[in-house]
Design a protein around this ligand. Structure first.
Ligand code: BGC
Length: 745
């Protein structure tokens, strides 16, 4: 037996004895043991010690559309990534954006993240994250590109449906459990888009100017929570610029804040094609470059992967000594850490795809998030909902969104689903086959170009058909809203106007003229203008509800499920009321080069409250088929110091006849302060289920952190002594009780 053979046999023997995992053999050095019982940091160092500079730098850029290489010589595997964030995207070709045409890659579509946010239910967010993580795991993905936590700044943003609303606290509370759920599967979450990607128009270059206060108080907290509490293993850098430089390689955002102040130990991954400069990418915190050098959707340029910014030009700069070795090692260590946490994690579960449990989770999120916006006004306009089965003989469903597969389109979040229950199917299953359908309007094909121009004759005939059918119906359920076409709820462009597209307002008016029993169901991920709000008796905000959305919607319409979602963003009456639009074009959309967030910290309800502008529907708002009574809130003390806290308790009673869930919200306002502060800010919430007549006590603990603002002069969070007010509320405009207290430091 040759020496070599004996040597190898000894290694095998040793590895069996010690349980060590032999992953490769390094010829020059001793054999490589990356023992997975060792702490990850030990393994990272061990791997780094064995890698050449070329191998280290090669970790930092793509090898295909959705994968980056590991280190083949050492048996360190590739990283596979997938969109995100509502389901695991179908397989994409190796080197272009075409779908690969696999037959085993259809998934469960979970409701869009705006919908999850409307549930105000962190436990559901954890379930959602776990389920989508299981799907990613089963499909052998290491990084799931989501969740998105950019703040809802304007209802025109084409990607709001992928985010979690206008409030940093709500977005934080929901993204943390989502991330934890995903990562339990040995799949990394990738929180996006860091930071300030608040519009799609000019997203590749618009240069956002904003104050430190707005940055720290509004736009960063969800990312911070994702890192510090969620322990996300990766973050995606945004396309846009911030204060003059691209966000994806940004000293302030990446080095100082993310990796400095928040101690992030994971990887910054570019958005696809977001890198622009080798030196900046190397020095300012980028760890993996993806998607460069393509025209985005169709064909590749002549460049290859080695031509990426972190490709051969990075290696050259390293060799020339222009990039310090600590930087190279730090980057490589981060990528290795990500690989060890995911692809090389031998303790991860197997995952699951399209399981009944996943559909159940998707259903639960959908039913808990649908928002009842209006349900009659009293005698003159009685409530139409719920609609008990059998009450009406002839139900007419009108609208394109009643039948459209809304998982198609929208950009990178598009999903190939295994099962879709459309609203019409759900309603028919619930109310019987005599439900009649009329399309009413058409919105064209799912497409990325400009919306189709629909011939007037088509518009007229669809409308006339619906109106005619409405004349003979006992109840009309309109299911419209936006869809995933370009310039609607879709990546790569913003909406062109706040109003409903495709003549839906005119259609609704025409239907109302012949039938007042109209329920409007708006399917969208954004607020829309509602000129008919007074005339339509019952209005539902249904989001993109995912695979079994139609079932969820029918159950809410019928009253089998009592709606309990609340709005994660405010609906302005008109666009000019919205803070981002109030200051004109420089604030939104900018002058095509720069943009100034002139509303500063007054985003969403912070603005409407402070400026006393009535929104159409406020943040935190949503009705129920039952009613809730709030007791007077009580506090454990009237003063608090820096080490102290105050307990606030309030009793909630279900005074109606149906089991229901209420979302009790705690806001805090600083009554006297040296800087401008919003009237109040959300600081806690609780979703409680109550049987008829049942009463429960909800307890909130207010800590000094809840009183702080970001002091940009001292660059720190400060709570100023003085008077504060706690608001117990059913929405940001529906205050059920207040208590004042003193903060004494
Ligand atoms: C999007 C990302 C997405 C990526 C990969 C980009 O265009 O902005 O959110 O994860 O593509 O598909």
């Amino acid at each position: 037996m040759g020496i070599m053979k004996i040597f190898l046999l000894t290694i095998c023997f040793l590895s069996v004895q010690t349980g060590m995992v032999v992953i490769a053999q390094d010829k020059k050095q001793k054999p490589v043991y990356l023992d997975d019982t060792q702490p990850i940091e030990v393994r990272v160092q061990d791997a780094l010690n064995r890698m050449t500079v070329e191998e280290k730098t090669r970790l930092s850029y793509a090898q295909g559309k959705f994968s980056s290489p590991g280190c083949p010589r050492l048996g360190i595997p590739e990283l596979w990534m997938s969109d995100g964030p509502h389901g695991v995207r179908a397989e994409i070709n190796w080197n272009d954006w075409g779908y690969a045409g696999w037959t085993n890659d259809s998934c469960t579509a979970f409701p869009a993240l705006t919908c999850l946010a409307a549930s105000w239910n962190p436990l559901l967010a954890e379930k959602y994250g776990y389920a989508i993580g299981e799907e990613a795991r089963y499909r052998e993905k290491d990084v799931l590109l989501g969740p998105g936590v950019n703040i809802y700044r304007t209802p025109l943003n084409g990607r709001n449906f992928e985010y979690m609303g206008e409030d940093p606290y709500l977005a934080s509370e929901l993204c943390v459990p989502y991330i934890q759920g995903v990562q339990k599967n040995g799949v990394a979450a990738c929180v996006k888009h860091y930071a300030l990607n608040n519009q799609e128009l000019w997203r590749g270059h618009i240069d956002v100017q904003l104050s430190d206060r707005a940055l720290y108080e509004i736009y960063l907290p969800a990312f911070k929570a994702a890192v510090e509490r969620g322990k996300t293993w990766s973050v995606m850098g945004a396309y846009n610029k911030v204060r003059g430089t691209h966000a994806t390689h940004h000293k302030l955002l990446n080095n100082d804040i993310l990796k400095g102040e928040w101690n992030f130990d994971g990887c910054v991954i570019t958005d696809w094609g977001a890198a622009h400069d080798t030196y900046e990418a190397a020095m300012y915190g980028l760890d993996i470059e993806m998607g460069s050098y393509t025209n985005g959707l169709t064909s590749e340029s002549e460049f290859g992967f080695d031509d990426y910014y972190l490709g051969k030009s990075y290696l050259k700069m390293v060799r020339e000594g222009k990039i310090p070795m600590e930087v190279v090692n730090d980057k490589a260590a981060r990528v290795l850490r990500l690989i060890f946490r995911t692809a090389m994690n031998r303790r991860k579960p197997f995952g699951a795809l399209t399981s009944e449990e996943h559909y159940r989770t998707a259903y639960e999120v959908a039913t808990e998030s649908i928002v009842l916006l209006k349900n009659g006004t009293g005698k003159k306009q009685p409530a139409l909902l719920p609609v008990p089965q059998g009450k009406y003989k002839r139900i007419l469903v009108v609208g394109d969104n009643a039948t459209r597969n809304l998982m198609l389109g929208g950009g990178s979040s598009e999903l190939k689903v295994q099962r879709v229950v459309s609203p019409l199917e759900g309603i028919k299953a619930k109310f019987g086959e005599n439900v009649v359908y009329a399309q009413g309007y058409t919105s064209g094909r799912p497409m990325y170009g400009r919306a189709d121009v629909i011939p007037q004759t088509t518009v007229d005939s669809l409308r006339n058909d619906a109106v005619k059918k409405a004349m003979n119906a006992d109840l009309v359920i309109f299911v419209g809203g936006l869809n995933k076409n370009h310039f609607q709820d879709c990546e790569g462009g913003d909406r062109l106007s706040y109003g409903l597209p495709f003549g839906q307002n005119e259609l609704i008016e025409a239907l109302l003229k012949v039938n007042k029993n109209l329920v409007a169901v708006i399917v969208s991920g954004n607020a829309v203008e509602m000129p008919w709000v007074r005339e339509v008796p019952s209005i539902i905000q249904s989001w993109y509800l995912g695979s079994v959305g139609g079932e969820a919607l029918a159950d809410v319409l019928s009253g089998d499920v009592n709606p309990s979602g609340k709005l994660p963003f405010s609906y302005p009456v008109k666009l000019e009321d919205c803070p981002a639009h109030f200051f004109g074009e420089i604030s939104y959309p900018g002058d095509s080069i720069r943009q100034e967030y002139k509303e500063d910290i007054l985003v969403g309800y912070r603005w409407y409250d402070t400026k006393k502008i009535r929104p159409l529907f406020p943040f935190g708002y949503g009705m129920s088929y039952t009613a809730f009574e709030y007791s007077k809130p009580a506090v454990s003390a009237k003063t608090m110091n820096a080490d102290g806290s105050i307990d606030l308790t309030v009793k909630i009673k279900n005074t109606g006849e149906m089991v229901g869930k209420e979302i009790v919200q705690l806001y805090i306002g600083d009554e006297e302060c040296s800087v401008l502060r919003p009237v109040k800010e959300l600081k806690d919430f609780r979703k409680v289920q109550l049987l008829p007549n049942e009463e429960k006590e909800v307890k909130f603990t207010i800590k000094p952190e809840a009183l702080q603002f970001f002091d940009d002069k001292q660059h720190t969070w400060v709570a100023e002594p003085g008077k504060f007010k706690a608001y117990i509320a059913a929405s940001s405009s529906d205050i059920r009780g207040t208590v004042t207290f003193e903060y004494t430091q």
